[in-house]
Design a protein around this ligand. Structure first.
Ligand code: SAM
Length: 319
């Protein structure tokens, strides 16, 4: 699937608007015919392509699933996520054994770059930042509204999205709450790339900063999506306590993560994410009780948990 995405198989079939043979696809994508034919057959086996006989030749077209999720220009495309998984995540997965032995991330082994500052290691070039930000945004095209609509957030007018990247989730928040405005706080090179390479909204403002070491702006609501799972307990508490200090009375924090079941043996999606956090970051996935404890220890009260049944869940704590 990753290779077919990277070579542009799904995009070409979308562009051609009719089934094409392995020879045509190989010529257009500048690959060997034999290699392409094997890849296409496997994609048929994975139900990513359809195959039909035309003039005695096998001709391939996208299935509904690949047309929606793997064609780059589709509004619900996961193409960029596939590229990030292909280039970064799967390279690190090869080091799962040492990660389990050592209990730490494997960036240094996989890429030869220091993993002391994990996001510095992720962001090796502007291209890497763009791929990462697109990958982060693409998930929200699938399940952004589920996490935003998990709670009634309409009363919160000034919102700060902590580590909000290029604003994929912030845009979903604003379409559901059109009288609010969002400040996205992220690392300087991410903010600069987001401004340069991603479309924005006049209700979104960017703030360059390090959320561990720079002041966090005041807001009614803090969105903290896929941040806590990157860090150790100690760093999570440091960040959440800073957020509590900047949260206006009556305000709240919304954590968005893939929850583990309380017994920690499911759901499988969150378990795999947690192993992925081991090979890639300092963090892990947590149970609703563990997030509740982090929020309570940071000062938040009236904690509400929503398991959405989709890829990501939400938990709200109030000040
Ligand atoms: N919240 C976004 C989402 O869910 O789509 C992005 C999540 S991504 C896993 C983590 C984000 O935190 C990245 O955009 C990264 O640049 C940002 N980040 C990491 N360390 C940071 C720091 N010390 N200060 C500010 N932002 C940071």
């Amino acid at each position: 699937m990753f290779t077919a995405c990277e070579l542009g198989v799904f995009d070409l079939l979308h562009e051609l608007e009719e089934p094409a043979s392995a020879a045509t696809i190989a010529t257009r994508l500048d690959t060997s015919v034999d290699g392409m034919e094997r890849l296409l057959h496997t994609c048929v086996g994975l139900k990513l392509l359809n195959v039909d006989l035309k003039n005695n030749e096998d001709c391939y077209s996208n299935t509904d699933v690949s047309a929606v999720y793997l064609v780059k220009s589709s509004p619900r495309s996961l193409y960029h996520l596939m590229m990030y998984c292909n280039q970064t995540v799967y390279t690190c997965w090869q080091y799962l054994t040492p990660a389990v032995r050592e209990g730490k991330c494997q960036y240094e082994r996989a890429f030869g770059t220091s993993s002391k500052e994990i996001f510095e290691a992720f962001y090796r070039s502007e291209k890497d930042i763009v791929t990462f930000l697109h990958a982060m945004d693409s998930i929200w095209n699938i399940c952004g509204s589920d996490v935003i609509q998990a709670f009634d957030l309409s009363g919160f007018r000034t919102v700060c999205d902590i580590g909000g990247g290029s604003g994929g989730l912030a845009k979903h928040f604003l379409s559901a709450n059109n009288e609010s405005s969002v400040t996205i706080m992220d690392l300087p090179k991410v903010v600069q790339t987001a401004k340069k390479c991603f479309g924005t909204d006049e209700r979104i403002h960017f703030l360059e900063g390090d959320f561990f070491n720079d002041p966090i702006p005041e807001a009614d609501l803090f969105i903290v999506a896929r941040i806590i799972h990157d860090w150790t307990e100690e760093k999570c508490l440091k960040l959440l306590r800073k957020i509590y200090q900047s949260c206006k009375p009556g305000g709240a924090v919304l954590l968005v993560e893939a929850f583990l079941n309380e017994d920690k043996i499911g759901p499988i999606n969150s378990l795999v994410f947690s192993l992925r956090m081991l090979v890639l970051t300092e963090g892990k996935e947590r149970t609703p009780s563990e997030y509740t404890k982090l929020l309570m220890d940071s000062g938040f009260r009236d904690i509400e948990v929503k398991v959405t049944g989709k890829m990501f869940d939400a938990i709200l704590g109030r000040k």
